[in-house]
Design a protein around this ligand. Structure first.
Ligand code: ASP
Length: 261
């Protein structure tokens, strides 16, 4: 009799613990793939990262695509079709946010997001205007998955001040999702010592940023990405990343290393 009671007790304890664990994790789990670029030299759109994307989204059904950055000025529909085709190759279905009547509700219900690249100013302007920046942040901090390439990578930082894009429109704020406590510089380019070009190098531009701001910046080279698991941020891909901190000499971070500031 005692051992039966003990077993019932243990089962009950197990169920409660599992429930609490799942509840907490659903509420608190923050997972993101912050990707420098959608396309690397010699391969098609998303091709090099598709196996990672498949593992990341797993069996998630309800993935919302954010096409607002409109690379090359293409329409939201055309951009969504491009991403949809690629995601279909790994058995995932996505729907463009512009296809929903109630976009805030769509964000709240989504299992995950994919924000494509293009012009970061355009992307940020629309996300603020439509009230979606806050909605996406809340959803991701409460368990929805986030993947962003290029401009979609820029908006995972504290603000968009370290984008490479031209200010083709004026957003109401440069503040972004703040999923990580630093800023991104995607498509990071090393200075070419043989170049005769006299314009600023990327490193110079980021140094200028640090004369006015103290937010650390991660220069993510093409083919690199960050994997975010709650507060743990790991550099992935074949290349190292270049890290810029105010008042320090820039330094390299090896692939596989964790980012801590
Ligand atoms: N224009 C880039 C992209 O989304 C973003 C950047 O370089 O800052 O592809």
């Amino acid at each position: 009799m005692d051992s039966i009671n003990q077993e019932v007790d243990l089962n009950f304890h197990y169920e409660i613990t599992t429930f609490v664990y799942q509840f907490l994790h659903k509420q608190k789990m923050k997972r993101a793939l912050i990707v420098s670029t959608s396309t690397i030299y010699g391969s098609s759109y998303l091709e090099y990262i598709l196996p990672e994307v498949k593992v990341f989204f797993g069996d998630k059904k309800n993935i919302v695509f954010i096409p607002f950055a409109r690379p090359g000025g293409i329409s939201h529909d055309d951009y969504t079709s491009l991403a949809k085709e690629k995601f279909a190759e790994i058995g995932l279905n996505i729907k463009g946010i512009h296809e929903f009547e109630d976009q805030e509700a769509a964000i709240a219900k989504a299992d995950g997001f994919f924000t494509g690249g293009g012009n970061t100013f355009l992307l940020v302007k629309q996300l603020h205007e439509l009230g979606l920046m806050k909605a996406i942040k809340y959803a991701v901090e409460n368990g929805a998955l986030y993947m962003g390439t290029s401009a979609g990578c820029n908006i995972t930082g504290l603000n968009m001040k370290t984008t490479n894009d031209m200010p083709i429109v004026l957003p109401s704020s440069f503040d972004t999702l703040g999923l990580v406590p630093f800023n991104m510089n995607p498509h990071y380019l090393d200075p070419d010592p043989t170049s005769k070009h006299k314009g600023e190098t990327r490193e110079t531009r980021i140094k200028e940023f640090h004369t006015q701001n103290n937010t650390p910046v991660v220069g993510l080279r093409e083919g690199s990405w960050l994997e975010v698991n709650n507060e743990t941020v790991t550099l992935k891909g074949k290349l190292d990343a270049r890290i810029f901190e105010q008042g320090k000499t820039p330094y390299e971070l090896s692939s596989g290393a964790k980012i801590k500031f």
